[in-house]
Design a protein around this ligand. Structure first.
Ligand SMILES: *Cc1c(COP(=O)(O)O)cnc(C)c1O
Length: 495
């Protein structure tokens, strides 16, 4: 039977991949999950001879069954091209006893590029396959990384336009400049007077506003989302875990079949879930080490089986992981429960109503593949500093959270399994915090000056995504109040 997609929350109809990508979220509020897990049917020796794009086709073809070979290859070609500064797309760097899987070589210097450079093409193809003849309008609220990666991804993709709302005073200088200098006729960026939650809430209201949606429909528009709950963002992320295993084998770093551990700095649980999917497909992965910052809901969950969001939201130096509700965890719950929709729905209802849920003992047992740990800001800075001292390798704050948790894991368990650390951002994206650890520049320098200093200090070139940011033309200057989001969308679309 062909692989289809179904909701995590009820025994609803099973739909093909292109439909799940267009819909984003199931009607019952659940997330789409595959009805079965494809197995890797080539051995890793064979996979290790492939380039990144070939591995991408091999893996994604197993999940996106209703895409033709031509359609999928076309999406892959358009996504993984010279936007990335290396043909390897996701290179592996070995330092001391660990392997850094660098996922930040795309246009915006963060791992979101891995999925958001292909999602627009998957979505455009899906819309066509579903015979929808409308312009797709992507609405995104961002706390920094997602917005820019989505803008780059959708830039000039015809049949689509994208509107990004960001907290005017809540993102880093680099992040803001990256967004307001965005090229492309179909891209729109708006600052709001409010925080990320205000933007997110307002957008959810717009997406559920039936009258507004009708108005759009009459004007030949439809809304969609580039949020990480879309299955079209998850599937491309499985690719790099399969590819990494194959490349380690090719480089003689591991024996065929040898297990490796994976350490992932985690926020919305998308990246680590992709590693879990890769494991389910047959990639020899041992432990999945889930690293959080001080917002350590997931650490507690993995250690106790209780998910409790009733705690203060903390702002940290790894802002892309500042999150208390990790949406993609729902997909893991579905697998751990043995595909029990009712159980998942109960837990999600409880989370919504009471802010907490607990998994049963069977599910707790199946969590054994995971290890949870966290690092506070101080540990994170210390990790950047001490690792640089030893190796001259500069980690960004998110990667450093993962490294710090990896060290704790090793000390606690004595496990010496070879490990890869998902490096989710370039240090050039968070120059202030990296400078706090390494002191290459003056404390009162701005991000742009620090970028230059960091390049000199580390002896590496400024990557394209951070180059001459302060010299680029500012194209987006719109700012609105948090209750004006709908009005602003109307103005932009002319409806
Ligand atoms: C989004 C992001 C993360 C968290 O990834 P999830 O898939 O949400 O868990 C970690 N690091 C960086 C730099 C990110 O942008």
């Amino acid at each position: 039977m062909d692989l289809l997609y179904k909701s995590t929350r009820s025994k609803s109809v099973e739909i093909e991949a292109s439909k799940a990508i267009v819909k984003g979220l199931a009607d019952d509020g659940g997330l789409y999950v595959p009805t079965s897990f494809p197995k890797l049917d080539k051995d890793f020796k064979e996979i290790s001879a492939m380039g990144y794009k070939q591995v991408a086709y091999y893996v994604m073809n197993k999940f996106l069954k209703d895409f033709t070979e031509e359609e999928l290859k076309n999406c892959i070609e358009k996504a993984y091209d010279e936007k990335f500064d290396t043909e390897l797309i996701a290179p592996i760097v070995k330092k001391e006893d660990v392997y850094f899987l660098e996922l930040f070589h795309g246009a915006t210097l963060a791992f979101k590029d891995m999925a958001l450079s292909i999602l627009p093409h998957l979505l455009k193809t899906s819309v066509k396959k579903q015979n929808i003849d409308k312009e797709v309008v992507i609405l995104t609220a961002t706390s920094g990384d997602t917005g820019k990666a989505a803008l780059e991804g959708f830039d000039s993709v015809d049949g689509t336009s994208i509107i990004v709302f960001f907290p005017e005073n809540g993102v880093s200088e680099v992040q803001k400049r990256q967004m307001v200098t965005q090229a492309g006729e179909n891209t729109h960026v708006v600052g709001i007077h409010g925080n990320f939650d205000d933007a997110q809430t307002a957008i959810k209201e717009v997406l559920n506003d039936t009258e507004f949606k009708k108005l759009l429909d009459e004007n030949n528009f439809m809304f969609s989302s580039a949020n990480s709950i879309n299955i079209g963002r998850l599937v491309p992320q499985v690719v790099y875990y399969v590819n990494t295993y194959a490349k380690l084998l090719k480089d003689g770093e591991i024996q065929d079949g040898e297990k490796i551990n994976v350490v992932v700095p985690t926020g919305n649980f998308g990246n680590i879930l992709a590693a879990y999917y890769a494991k389910k497909m047959g990639t020899p992965i041992g432990k999945l080490i889930c690293a959080s910052n001080q917002n350590n809901v997931l650490t507690d969950f993995i250690n106790t089986g209780v998910y409790d969001r009733r705690r203060e939201f903390l702002t940290t130096i790894s802002p892309s992981m500042d999150i208390l509700v990790s949406s993609n965890l729902e997909r893991l719950l579905f697998e751990l429960s043995g595909s029990k929709e009712e159980a998942v729905k109960e837990m999600m209802d409880s989370l919504k109503e009471k802010g907490v849920y607990e998994i049963n003992s069977d599910m707790k047992k199946s969590l054994e593949d995971f290890y949870g740990g966290y690092a506070g800001d101080e540990d994170t800075l210390k990790a950047i500093e001490s690792f640089y001292e030893k190796t001259k390798y500069v980690m960004d704050t998110h990667t450093a959270v993962a490294y710090s948790v990896y060290e704790k894991y090793k000390a606690e368990t004595g496990d010496t399994t070879k490990s890869i650390i998902a490096s989710t951002a370039s240090p050039f994206k968070f120059p202030k915090s990296v400078n706090d650890a390494l002191n290459f520049g003056d404390k009162n320098m701005n991000d742009f000056e620090l970028i230059e200093k960091l390049a000199q200090f580390a002896g590496i070139e400024v990557p394209n995504g951070a180059k001459d940011l302060d010299k680029k033309e500012i194209k987006h200057t719109k700012v609105c109040q948090k209750d004006e989001i709908k009005k602003t969308i109307s103005e932009i679309l002319g409806v």
